[in-house]
Design a protein around this ligand. Structure first.
Ligand code: GDP
Length: 442
């Protein structure tokens, strides 16, 4: 995932410091050198890196930090704070004027940045907030753009206005009237992009802006772009001006430098992050969570949010209990049934950077026939065995096998699977506890 190599390198740096116990000025200096290199390698803008490292170093060299009981923990805390600040400190809400209907959100960006996809995802997100959005197809230059928007709109159940498909400014203006007629309270205007900045595109964006007076202009930025995007973003900022960024393709294998540079270079907040191609993969961008994820502290909120998609209170309570107390065979069965709903164990555990590799290796998926077998075996266990599978010895294994019509080897395999999942849960538990000690150490 994005940031994974940065994440690895920063965590290596901290591990080295942890190994030392007491820290000297030299230790801090060499850690800062490593952080500097890691950021440069992630393609963060060099000026941003320079300022980041200077500030972080100054804070770390504070006598109170060096002489504290656990200096490394303090260094980690300082880096976390600086990283959070770099990403924008707090969530930055979508600001819509309360008494205006419809509100207008205009999207700008380069071609291929993910604008059209983002428009539909944003519509989906707003729909979830009980809004009634209308999508306006104002990319009249790319012939297939309106069709694409229409397909995506249909997918999320949102109406698309195409107008004459020629005059972008006119389509934009008309879409506001259509929204009013159809009782829509938000119009999302998708505009044309180009492969590079070009004068005509900029002028068109400026004209649309003038015609519809948007409440929010969001620039869609491809996270794969690295720090080159900084120039593009600055250009848009100077010509069209915008309120915030939608960072797209954060699920890709990018180094993430662009995402880490954009705020510092342009002063514009990242408002949303897009992590996939599905309609529900747009998230409100949360700097603190992202910074924690980069530092390997785990994105517990992400996991819980993902779990919330399971939609019942009971499921949520189960997830919490499973994490904090223990993982039974019954949990495993429920988990496996939920795998599809949650988008796969991989996705959920992948939110924990330290876990990513482990999950990939294991390939945690199940097919339907495996599911039937697992169910049969777990149902052949006694309540006690399901609560605490470690009591399953050879004799119990044979009984379960016989009862379920499977072999003792298969029962053993199931046990191994349970053991591995329990181990993963254990590491999550560890991460949470680690996070808690950090909080209390403050
Ligand atoms: P536009 O030219 O700016 O409108 O870009 P599109 O919306 O057509 O997106 C370009 C490509 O990027 C499409 O194939 C999208 O499916 C893909 N895409 C957009 N956002 C994301 C994302 O967050 N993650 C991934 N993996 N792909 C994305």
């Amino acid at each position: 995932a994005v940031f994974s190599s940065l994440s690895d390198r920063l965590q290596d740096t901290f591990d080295k410091l942890r190994g030392k116990g007491k820290l000297t000025e030299d230790d801090i200096n060499s850690a800062m050198r490593e952080i500097r290199l890691a950021l440069l390698e992630a393609d963060v803008n060099y000026r941003v890196v320079r300022d980041f490292v200077a500030k972080t170093k100054e804070k770390c060299l504070d006598a109170e930090v060096l002489e504290s009981l656990n200096p490394t923990q303090n260094v980690v805390r300082i880096v976390l704070e600086q990283l959070t600040e770099l990403l924008g400190e707090t969530e930055s809400a979508l600001e819509l004027a309360p008494h205006r209907s419809p509100n207008v959100i205009m999207l700008v960006g380069l071609q291929g940045s993910g604008k059209t996809t983002a428009a539909s995802k944003l519509a989906y997100l707003l729909k979830g907030k009980r809004k009634k959005p209308l999508l306006a197809a104002c990319d009249t230059h790319r012939p297939a753009a309106a069709d694409q928007l229409e397909t995506l709109g249909a997918e999320v159940g949102v109406e698309v206005y195409r107008g004459d498909g020629k005059d972008a400014v006119r389509v934009a203006r008309e879409s506001v009237d259509v929204a009013r007629e159809h009782g829509c309270d938000v119009v999302i205007v998708d505009t044309a992009g180009r492969l590079q900045i070009d004068e005509e595109m900029m002028q068109e964006a400026v004209d649309i802006k003038r015609a519809v007076d948007p409440d929010q202009i969001l620039m869609v930025v491809d996270a794969m772009g690295g720090q080159d995007i900084v120039n593009v973003v600055s250009e848009f900022s100077a010509r069209v001006d915008f309120d915030g960024v939608i960072m797209s393709k954060l699920d890709g294998d990018a180094r993430g430098g662009g995402a880490l540079s954009v705020r510092a270079v342009t002063g514009k907040p990242i408002k949303f992050a897009s992590m996939g191609e599905k309609p529900d993969s747009l998230e409100v961008f949360n700097p603190d969570r992202m910074a924690k994820r980069i530092l390997g502290m785990g994105d517990m909120y992400g996991i819980i949010e993902q779990a919330e998609k399971l939609s019942s209170e009971k499921d949520l309570a189960d997830a919490e209990r499973m994490l904090m107390q223990g993982f039974t065979m019954d949990d495993m069965l429920a988990q496996m049934r939920n795998i599809r709903k949650m988008g796969g164990v991989q996705k959920v555990l992948g939110m924990l950077p330290g876990m990513e590799r482990a999950v990939q290796k294991q390939g945690a998926t199940v097919d339907d026939s495996q599911m039937v077998a697992i169910e049969a075996m777990i149902h052949s266990m006694t309540k006690k065995e399901r609560q605490d599978p470690t009591i399953i010895d050879g004799k119990r294994r044979r009984r379960i096998a016989q009862g379920s019509g499977h072999t003792p080897q298969e029962v053993n395999q199931l046990y191994k699977q349970w053991e591995q999942m329990e181990k993963m849960m254990g590491s999550v538990r560890g991460l949470i506890n680690q996070g808690n000690t950090r909080k209390t150490a403050r």
